[in-house]
Design a protein around this ligand. Structure first.
Ligand code: CIR
Length: 263
């Protein structure tokens, strides 16, 4: 079974009411708290439908963006790496996640360099390598430290680039199966997915690029019919999840969980 698409566990965190103060590139309106919760419930129910164990952590009011747990850690089969988020208001979220990872994994290591910054949203794990996008949140020192930490577990890291103006590398791409990537053309034009099978995001649906393959399903944001039809035609079982509120905060499907199968 592919460790990059099939998982026994996920960790999520309930949205804090303070999410209305969460980070965003452009203000497109205040997120509706009740709607965020109902979208989040549908997301968790879909993960559970695959038989996975889904941990739901309580809200952290001190951290408005803490529902986006993906940015706090990288979870691999051999162990977990606690990140150092590059957004100053999010740095403390990593320490809040660490004990929950220690409860499930025997090996948990941490990015510790004071100059190192790296967020999980910039990391795409495939069967053969770990791609990490340099971005406004992830720097060379963070990538170098991650490379050293995962080498003993047999993983290699390849540094790539997040397109300018795009929050995270995975804002624009997702892994669909062991060697198939869904990507915007503005990202794949860099050539970073050479050797992978590519499914292009149709023009105008760039906001649908952040999906997750989680066991038998591909979870994607609702409202992008061309992408949905393209994925279905390629043989994937798609589940559409409402994402209008998280999208106001530049968040999507991958941001809302850590997905893993601890040894
Ligand atoms: C932030 O700017 O950090 C949040 N508002 C959104 C984080 C989205 N996370 C992700 O793509 N992994």
């Amino acid at each position: 079974m592919s460790f990059s698409t099939h998982f026994t566990h996920a960790i999520t965190r309930r949205s804090a009411a303070s999410i209305i103060k969460g980070l965003r590139a452009v203000d497109t309106g205040t997120p509706d708290l009740a709607l965020i919760q109902s979208h989040h419930d549908a997301y968790i129910a879909t993960l559970r439908e695959t038989g996975a164990t889904v941990v739901e952590l309580p809200a952290l009011e001190a951290f408005p963006d803490s529902v986006f747990v993906e940015d706090t850690a990288l979870c691999l089969p051999q162990g977990a790496v606690v990140m150092r988020p590059g957004a100053p208001t999010r740095l403390g979220e990593a320490a809040e996640m660490a004990p929950h990872l220690r409860a499930l994994y025997t090996q948990v290591v941490e990015i510790t360099g004071t100059d190192s910054f790296i967020e999980g949203g910039d990391i795409l794990v495939t069967e053969k390598e770990i791609l990490v996008g340099r971005s406004a949140r992830t720097n060379a020192a963070g990538i170098a430290e991650l490379t050293r930490l995962v080498a003993p577990w047999g993983h290699t890291v390849r540094e790539v680039h997040t397109p300018p103006g795009v929050l995270h590398f995975k804002t624009d791409c997702s892994l669909l199966d062991a060697d198939t990537v869904l990507s915007t053309t503005r990202l794949s034009a860099s050539g970073c997915f050479k050797g992978y099978k590519l499914i292009d995001i149709p023009d105008g649906e760039e906001a649908a690029a952040n999906t997750i393959r989680f066991n038998e399903f591909v979870l994607m944001p609702a409202g992008f019919p061309k992408t949905r039809d393209r994925l279905t035609a390629a043989g994937f079982t798609v589940r559409e999840i409402g994402n209008t509120e998280c999208a106001k905060l530049d968040g999507g499907m991958s941001c809302l969980s850590l997905r893993f199968s601890p040894k």
